[in-house]
Design a protein around this ligand. Sequence first.
Ligand SMILES: C[S@@+](CC[C@H](N)C(=O)[O-])C[C@H]1O[C@@H](n2cnc3c(N)ncnc32)[C@H](O)[C@@H]1O
Length: 284
Amino acid sequence: MESKIKDQSPVSLTGHFTGYVWCKNQLSPSSFSSLLGKAMYYGTRPIDWVSKVSIGLNLETMLLQRHCLIDELVNQAIDDGVTQIIEIASGLSSRGIRVLQNHHNEDIKYIEADLPDMVAWKNKRLKKEGFSDKRHQLTECNILRNEGELSIEHLLSTLDKTKKTLVISEGLVNYFPLDVIETFWTRLAYALSSFKEGQYLFEIWPKASDHPFAPMIYGTQKLIEFITRQTVPLHYTSNQQIKAGLEGCGFSLATVIDPDKFTESLKVPKMETPTLFRIVQAQA
Ligand SMILES: C[S@@+](CC[C@H](N)C(=O)[O-])C[C@H]1O[C@@H](n2cnc3c(N)ncnc32)[C@H](O)[C@@H]1O
């Protein structure tokens, strides 16, 4: 029977958008931008500006908070002994390059994984940038596949189980219905449990019905749904629910971080209004 799972997704469009945001803010080399990303960035400027001046919420600022905070937590994980990092849905982010360049003497393996089309885009950009590091690998992966070469199970099976291992995803979880993403988390928790230490670090956007500007947030959600031509569901309604959700999928301990509390000590952009996403560290 032919598989209904596709290895292509309109969500990849948003990878071009965030890719441009990283370039614009000097977090990626300019060769990592695409015309598509630039068009999406400037196309959404007016809405982001109105949201910023009217309610103090700014998507670009939140994306930068997210990106910098995940960087910080990856660096902490390396300080704690992690030597294998797998960034799924890495898109056009250059975190892999940054991490390896900032730890140039260390024995770290950094694997970036995404859908085939995005991997092809990224490969061209890495070549253009002249980036080459034998500790870096770019490979195809589809989180919806539970077997075969594109599955996370296969990818993790190629790694050293005796090493502390970190899986990252950024900008992925809310593009899937809760049951689909929980199925993936359950598979991931199981696959990571055979490692000496397996950790999953990611961001999630919960329903913020008690946020002072909940109706405007709903409008932004609809805009992203229009661009990606699919629903972008918000998951859970509280930190406790997020923690319970992850632990219910088999992670032994999930810690939910409110970026507004964590970033006080970091040089990351801030907003007057509470931020909308959470960062989760889940131990297998
Ligand atoms: C919003 S982008 C985020 C990219 C990058 N992490 C960043 O923050 O710039 C979402 C990414 O998810 C990838 N993606 C979508 N569906 C996927 C799937 N089923 N498996 C793996 N990656 C997927 C897309 O190709 C895209 O690169």
